[in-house]
Design a protein around this ligand. Structure first.
Ligand code: PGA
Length: 253
């Protein structure tokens, strides 16, 4: 069974005190996550150590970084290496979020390098893909998203691919309150799985968790996660409201 994952993306929000309170409020509640379910919190870099300490001993709960650099170490002022993350016990990194692609010009090739270094250090990338509104309106979203996967992931071996989590996030649905319909989400997720099946095998494709992101809320998570090819969500706005994210975790199938 592939993993069902509720991943919180705090983005550049909250003070450390607010972050601590939020984590306390969420992880204090018993979620009885099954072996196939995970809760992941992608917190800002300065909060990683605090967050990692808070979840110590919690089963199926992970702290993630929101980014990392593609080089091992060296003169890259302001960047964070996977070795640094690993030394904090971090085992998950969000890569290629549309905000990084747009504001920091992260290309598919650059992301391929980041994917490689994460895998080298046994860190699971949550690899984000998704189309902007003009592409959706032109009806070419499948080709657009497939190209993102091809250029950043297809060099991986089947074994390596199995360590990747994919997050499909239509950019027009991020932070807009405009969620993709369950039909739109299921259609794209099934398409991405078919593309992976073609490139690798259907057995491999069926093992990859594909999360949906873009205005996942407490009141639509159950329906979205209920789609056969939607394996949970990457959640921004609703992940920094304790009660909402608890509901979202409980909506995992
Ligand atoms: P949102 O953000 O839930 O606020 O739309 C999702 C994301 O960007 O990961």
């Amino acid at each position: 069974m592939r993993k069902q994952i509720a991943a919180a993306n705090w983005k550049m929000n909250l003070t450390i005190q607010q972050g601590e309170q939020l984590l306390d409020a969420i992880i204090a509640k018993p979620h009885s996550l099954s072996a196939d379910q995970q809760a992941v919190f992608a917190v800002p870099f300065p909060y990683l150590a605090m967050a990692q300490q808070k979840i110590a001993g919690k089963k199926n709960v992970f702290i993630a970084a929101q980014n990392c650099y593609s080089k091992k170490s060296g003169a890259y002022t302001g960047e964070t290496s996977v070795e640094m993350l690993q030394s904090l016990g971090i085992s998950v990194v969000v890569l290629g979020h549309s905000e990084r692609r747009e504001y920091f010009e992260e290309s598919n090739q650059f992301l391929a390098d980041k994917v490689n270094i994460c895998l080298e250090y046994n860190i699971t990338p949550i690899f984000c893909c998704g189309e902007p509104l003009r592409i959706r309106e032109a009806g070419t979203q499948n080709e657009y998203v497939a190209k993102q996967l091809k250029e950043s992931l297809y060099h991986l071996s089947a074994d390596q691919l199995k360590s990747i989590v994919i997050a499909y996030e239509p950019i027009w649905a991020i932070g807009t309150g405009k969620t993709a319909t369950t039909e739109q989400a299921q259609e794209m997720h099934a398409y991405l799985r078919s593309v992976l099946a073609k490139q690798y095998s259907s057995a491999i494709a069926s093992e990859i968790s594909i999360l949906y992101g873009g205005s996942v809320k407490a009141n639509n998570a159950k329906e979205l996660f209920g789609c056969p090819d939607v394996d949970g969500g990457l959640v921004g706005g609703a992940s920094i409201i304790a009660a909402d994210f608890i509901t979202i975790i409980r909506s995992l199938k």
